[in-house]
Design a protein around this ligand. Structure first.
Ligand SMILES: Nc1ncnc2c1ncn2[C@@H]1O[C@H](COP(=O)(O)OP(=O)(O)OP(=O)(O)O)[C@@H](O)[C@H]1O
Ligand SMILES: [Mg+2]
Length: 247
């Protein structure tokens, strides 16, 4: 899930992960945002201060971070991913602590190495990976979602959001075999969807309505799918999961 800040990446990725898990998929949710978001929309426990993945990293003789000996992607997920509702496993790069990035450098490095080996691991062949990326194009450009077959660019009805979505989709498509689709979020109606499509210059695979229940869930600190499972936004995200499977 990619797009501008506040576009709805975490709400949509967290809810999609829950829908996939309820449909019987094994789901690995991947959170490389250094700011909170995904754990809340998944309904998982609050982000730990110390990222568990820190344990998977060690420094080599040159002082460079690497994965500890004997830790591959399967073991890393088994040991250092967190349980989330519906059987989802959540692997996190870590959240920026008050002191800055230094305390989570080991975890960030371990995360980057693990995600680069996910697709090659047979144990994950039948898993669904759902990733929530930080806002903007930088993380895609630096290959922080190598596991992704399809990038979902989330776009709200604004020129800035549309420009960012176009940019990130373009960068995502540079990797051979990677596809990118667009999903409109917080739309007020069909007119809004047409407006977004005009701004982006492409069709939307889905259009998630502006939904007071989603905003309310956020204020309560609960996952939107738990707070208002039948709300219009949740119903559309369910439909989106089906539509994505056909992309
Ligand atoms: N369809 C919607 N209707 C109403 N509110 C929404 C909707 N989608 C998202 N929101 C609200 O908008 C805010 C931003 O959503 P979210 O956190 O998912 O965005 P994000 O793209 O992950 O942001 P960030 O770039 O900060 O990670 C949240 O408060 C969320 O509850
Ligand atoms: Mg987010």
């Amino acid at each position: 899930m990619v797009g501008k800040g506040g576009a709805g990446k975490s709400v949509i990725s967290g809810t999609m992960a829950r829908v996939l898990a309820r449909d019987g998929h094994r789901v690995l949710a991947l959170d490389s945002d250094l700011l909170p978001g995904l754990s809340l929309s998944l309904g998982a426990a609050p982000d730990p201060v110390e990222p568990p993945l820190r344990e998977a990293a060690e420094k080599d003789e040159n002082g460079r971070w690497q994965l500890r000996k004997g830790i591959g992607p399967v073991r890393a997920v088994r040991r250092y991913a967190i349980d989330a509702p519906d059987g989802i496993r959540l692997l996190q790069a870590g959240k920026t602590p008050r002191e800055g990035l230094e305390p989570i450098m080991g975890s960030l490095n371990a995360y980057y190495r693990v995600i680069h080996r996910l697709s090659g691991a047979r144990a994950f062949e039948d898993w669904a990976f759902v990733g929530d990326l930080p806002a903007g194009p930088r993380h895609i450009a630096f290959d922080w979602a190598p596991y992704a077959d399809v990038f979902v660019a989330v776009v709200t009805p604004s020129a800035q959001s549309a420009l960012t979505a176009r940019r990130v989709a373009r960068i995502a498509r540079m990797r051979e075999g990677a596809r990118a689709v667009f999903v409109a979020n917080r739309v007020a109606g069909a007119e809004d969807v047409r407006h977004v499509e005009k701004l982006v210059g492409e069709r939307m695979l889905g259009a998630v309505p502006a939904d007071e229940a989603v905003a309310h869930a956020e204020r309560l600190g609960v996952a939107p799918i738990d707070h208002a499972p039948g709300s219009p936004a949740m119903v559309e995200i369910e439909r989106l999961v089906t539509a994505l499977a056909e992309v």
